[in-house]
Design a protein around this ligand. Structure first.
Ligand code: ATP
Length: 313
């Protein structure tokens, strides 16, 4: 298990982490979701020992590693830009970490081949990095990270340069490997869909504070504030409440007449913007183009999530 205990970090006047408490169990992914500049990468760097916290502790498998050197932490990182070594071929990149630990060339090569086989890359073992696609490079980066049997895996937006299909495939591979090898993982992301698909828990980070923590289902069902709802990419959010998609229904009767402001084509459906007499401008999705200028909308008010501001502050 990995844990941050009351981590605090400032850069000059900027508070980047304020008493952050988080933990992630072996075999699970914790996603830290936040806007740009919210302090996500700083937390990863503190976990890796690349930045020092001003106060607080970092624990891994029951040991306080706060003052341990980065190379002694047994932590692996994967980045958005892969960070592979261009002068080494594929298997040499994968074998790099075990070679550093003194494993002989033949044994390291064999271990690298095993990892490449696991990730369906055996055919590319002797290629240069430039001869790989983005998805293949990221799988090499994953093999290179896991071959050293890390005690923690840090994922810094590792999927963001991949297309949707590749991204989902790699996410599933990482989830399966983390589970198989019982490694806890921290994923930083600004993409709520990615966090929801990959992580068992999500921590929403804003201005150096965890504004909400829970399972993806808990967070999406009940964001605690407008800021949390917006970080989760929810629609129909105001400062006082959130109207979830299932609360809003297009009916023939039993609702309010709403003006249709716009209807946009989306890949899988139509996105409709309406003006509701009580709740104002709202968005919902329809499976057909809405031709009428007025439609009847029922809102199940029992499903509306009210915000009590400053709940966790
Ligand atoms: N070494 C540093 N010195 C001074 N300020 C820093 C340093 N590193 C980060 N910061 C500042 O700390 C804040 C948090 O940065 P951080 O990189 O952790 O955010 P982030 O959430 O990872 O952002 P992004 O999603 O854009 O990568 C930012 O305001 C950033 O400018």
């Amino acid at each position: 298990m990995f844990a941050f205990k009351s981590i605090t970090k400032r850069f000059g006047q900027t508070m980047v982490a304020e008493h952050i408490d988080l933990q992630v169990e072996a075999g699970e992914i914790l996603a830290i979701l936040g806007a740009s500049g919210s302090g996500k990468s700083t937390l990863l760097h503190i976990a890796a020992g690349l930045q020092k916290a001003d106060s607080g502790e970092v624990w891994l498998n029951g040991e306080n590693i706060t003052f341990r050197q980065p190379e002694k932490r047994e932590i692996a990182m994967m980045f958005q830009d892969f960070a592979l070594f261009p002068h080494l071929n594929v298997w040499q990149n994968v074998a790099f970490g075990v070679r550093l630990r003194g494993v002989g060339k033949a044994a390291a090569r064999e271990q690298a081949q095993n990892w490449l086989a696991k990730l369906n890359l055996s055919h590319a073992a002797n290629r240069t990095i430039a001869q790989l696609s983005g998805g293949e490079q990221q799988r090499v980066a994953l093999a290179r990270a896991l071959i050293v049997q890390p005690k923690l895996l840090l994922l810094d937006e590792p999927f963001s340069s991949l297309d949707t299909a590749l991204r989902q495939q790699l996410q599933q591979e990482i989830i399966a490997l983390i589970r198989e090898y019982h490694i806890p993982a921290l994923l930083v992301s600004h993409d709520p869909a990615e966090a929801a698909l990959t992580a068992q828990h999500i921590a929403l980070l804003a201005d150096g504070r965890i504004i909400q923590y829970g399972t993806p289902a808990e967070l999406f069902r009940r964001p605690v504030s407008a800021q949390a709802a917006r970080l989760l990419g929810c629609l129909n959010v105001s400062e006082s409440h959130y109207i979830p998609p299932q609360a809003l229904e297009w009916t023939k009767q039993d609702g309010e007449n709403c003006a249709v402001l716009a209807c946009f084509r989306q890949p899988a459906n139509w996105r409709v913007l309406i003006m509701h007499p009580k709740w104002g401008e709202l968005t919902f999705f329809a499976n057909q183009f809405i031709e009428q200028s007025i439609i009847c909308i029922h809102i199940d008010e029992s499903q509306i999530v009210p915000f009590h501001t400053n709940i966790l502050r």
